[in-house]
Design a protein around this ligand. Sequence first.
Ligand SMILES: *Cc1c(COP(=O)(O)O)cnc(C)c1O
Length: 391
Amino acid sequence: MASDPLPVRPKDRFLVFGKPRIEQAEIDEVVASLKSGWIGTGPKVGRFEREFAAYIGVPHAVAISSATAALHLSILAADIGPGDEVITTPMTFCASVNAILHAGATPVLADVDRHTMNIDPAAVERAVTPRTKAILPVHFAGRMCDMRALGAIAAKHKLEIIEDCAHSIETTDQGRKAGTFGRFGCFSFYATKNITTAEGGMVTTTDERAAARIKILALHGMSKDAWKRYGDEGYKHYSVVDLGFKNNMTDLQASLGLHQLPRIEAWWLRRKELWQRYNRAFADLPLETPLAPAPGTRHAYHLYTLLIDPMRAKVSRDEFLTRMTKNGVGVGVHYMAVPEHPYYQNRFGWKPEQFPASMEIGRRTVSIPLSADLSDLDVDDVIRAVKVSLG
Ligand SMILES: *Cc1c(COP(=O)(O)O)cnc(C)c1O
């Protein structure tokens, strides 16, 4: 079947992986901001923060330029830095590890469970040293980590938990939302995430002082409310009170977020439907499909990952990626394990073989489109492309 000369979708109808859904209300809101002249950090950012905090059910949310910045500033706000170790997963985007490094701390990897693809609490326990200050779990693909076990380890060793919720806006366990188990929840609104502001992120926390610190760090270290200095209440002097960064969100980005936020549930339902259609379509194929969500939890359905065993599928993972692309369907790899990358190998001497579950997943995994923007016909094409791309 792989020799079928006709692509499932011709080039001019290439299905972009992770295509965001943008509706007219967002476009109108962005245009209104542009016309108002207030395109920087302003009242819409404040509204987006309040509405996001209400959605997650926390008292404080700080809007920021990215999840990478959210993680970085959360680590700083937890007073973690040089000499301190932070334990995270090798099955994540490089940003999770880079944020630890940017804070001056040392990342320590603990392998994942081969089936849940989430950090394995037993591996975390083994990685704890007297220098460990925090655990940084990633709810991979939208599946909740074992927060009970991680919470117990954190309590025993007096560690912070900083959650990377880039995949998991909708994720819950017994109704409790991802991002509320540790002191900080870090969310992403990057273009391919479940909701988007093009680029953007959010820190959620119950800690008022930490929220204020992150807000200051995100805007040059200037005292709170410095953004009001050009407002109509008269010029206000500001003080630089900390060594900050340039990580603020703008009203243009918040214009997108304000209209994406109320659609989270409807889009989640749509992705759940697609997920179940994929499960049915692939049940009899020589592929490994994602583990079913654990009882009592809600999966965010951010990624649908297939695992390709070249012996069974009669095609290598990389050849499968090529065939999918030739068939007009965009694909992703989430992720080559962090220790596969030369920078970390050179700096820390990490080898993929030290983290066998992450290594195996990273070398076999393929993410297929799962955006709420997909039509039923798009999904038919994805399914056909998967079938013709096998050996
Ligand atoms: C996307 C992503 C990030 C980074 O998000 P940005 O908003 O692009 O900085 C961090 N961690 C994970 C797991 C991600 O998928």
